[in-house]
Design a protein around this ligand. Sequence first.
Ligand code: AMP
Ligand code: MG
Length: 403
Amino acid sequence: MLRFEDARQLVVTQAEIGKSVRPTITREVSDALGYVLADEVRTDREYPPFDRATRDGYAVRAGDAGAAKTLRCIAEIKAGDTVTSALPAGACIQIMTGAAVPAGADAVVMIEFTSRDGDAITFQRETKAGQNIVQRGSEAGAGEVALSPGLRLGFAELAIAAQVGAAKLVCYKKPRVAILSTGDEIVPVTETPGPFQIRNSNSVSLGAQVRLAGGEPVLLGNAGDRVEELSAKIELGLREDILVLSGGVSMGKYDLVESVLKSLGAEFYFDAVAIRPGKPAVFGRVRDKLVFGLPGNPVSTMVTFQLFVIPTMDVLSGAPARPLALPQAVLGEALHEKTGLTHFLPARIQWESGRGVVKALRWHGSGDIGSLGRANCFLVVPADRQDIAIGEMVSVILRGDVV
Ligand code: AMP
Ligand code: MG
């Protein structure tokens, strides 16, 4: 059976093969979080645009301001002031953080290392040329690429765009991800379930996961376990960029997703992965659209989405597939698991003096959403490990939406 790392690689490869040029949309810089940039952004001028003081203090010629030397303060420069006159030899100018250093000065001395008596400023230490000044153009030249296409816009990227005056950004449209749950027992959250029915939580969690991963969910509701109904709703889903189904991929008599996809012409790349939860996960292509059949147990649905759908969305967003981050943590409580499948256990990582300590939570299997509500990560137990002792290093996958 396929290892999850190989299944993930397969997904990325297929997403790359099938992708077409994405349509673009123009977003205000303050409203572009999570979009992928389609056009490059260039600097409009040098950065910094002037020699900038990085401390409050005195602009000096370094040679004039040795330890125990005293200079006369002849002026003051605030951030934003237009600076026209140069600093003459044998004097200093009081300067504020963010202000332009006057011609002639080659250092700024922090106010903390001076004493003042009227106009007379005495320096306590030696002064080095260049200290506390960022030279004009040292961060970026004019007309340089500040942000490249394919970059996902986070808060820092948006700040860069704002800095260089890119008030509008050409971005790729977010991938539209159709979400279709399946099962005769499933009712909408707005309805009261009968004694043997359950509410559709998967469509809600999948919608949230799609949004977090930078996509636009298209909620198609639920399809009962009947061929015609499933086919018709799958057809609707095939209009979007990606179709994600939940449920109906196990071995039960009414698990129809795979056979219905097949009747619609699906080519399958895998229909099982060596993981628990999530083993029956299905991935294929119907006509030109990528389709995932995720197992219906809520924790399985969430894990398999995180492992396989997110990198697909990345590629279809115009960005590189993000690597699966597997940070290491110290195991806080011994584990005993069956071998053969890689296990993803709902777990809680706590940060104790800077290092992560992780414990698996008690749970009742992959239907137990409550356990995931208490979890902030999945603890990864490799397929060949039966016993892991307290204190050993293990990998985790952070949920990413809670701490
Ligand atoms: P299935 O994968 O269809 O065999 O479903 C496995 C388990 O997940 C069953 O207990 C289902 O009732 C449950 N399940 C399936 N779909 C959903 C859903 N949309 N929301 C909550 N639970 C679900
Ligand atoms: Mg079902």
